[in-house]
Design a protein around this ligand. Sequence first.
Ligand code: SAH
Length: 237
Amino acid sequence: MPFRATILTLYPEMFPGPLGISLAGRALERGEAIVETRQIRDFGRGRHRAVDDTPAGGGAGMVLRADVLADAIDAASPDGDTRPRLLMSPRGRPLSQNFVRELAAGEGALIVCGRFEGVDERIIEARGLTEISIGDYVLSGGEIAAMVLLDAVIRLLPGVMGNDQSGVHESFETRLLEHPHYTRPAEWEGRTIPEVLTSGNHGAVERWRRAEAERLTLERRPDLLAPPVRGPGASDR
Ligand code: SAH
């Protein structure tokens, strides 16, 4: 069974978007992954198919209605659908390569994309949504966040990356940032390639890459080297 993502959105025309090209595009074409959309507005209320309303307590913006979202979720994910249900949200658990790997090992996901001020809080518990954030900034909607998540997942699906080894040393897979890369020409604008990489000594190349990965991680992301913090609120990597 291919990985199947069902996206609940007010803008289904945004999909597959960038997921339709290159690596992810080929995976979709070959049926290694399925990305399908459901229009939340189809479940809107009244003649105007309203999906949102003003926030209780007042304030700016609009909030996606719990009843509308519930109908959309129930139609897209009937009883027996065991896929995780995600809500893209800046308040969510930070998206990590660990979580991406977990998802890629599963059957797929149902992904709710928020808009406006977000969703009525009651839907989150009532339909068991896991909130996922792609970073500490605010987007105008969950669609691009969902694409980020799916792009990261799809490239890990079996058969998607041509060279199965190419994922092994990558940033975050080893709790280290990746070492630098070089390719031809050997000299460019007076800049050369580190000699060890053209030495043919595979052991030395491995040691150099490892040392560079450690150096870069220490310099840029020492937090990745710190022992993992466990407990409530701990973010995984
Ligand atoms: N008022 C909200 C922001 C709403 S942004 C707040 O301050 O928390 C509108 C929608 O965009 C959200 O419902 C969510 O689905 C999506 N979104 C915005 N930023 C995001 C992020 N960093 N990660 C994931 N989804 C995000």
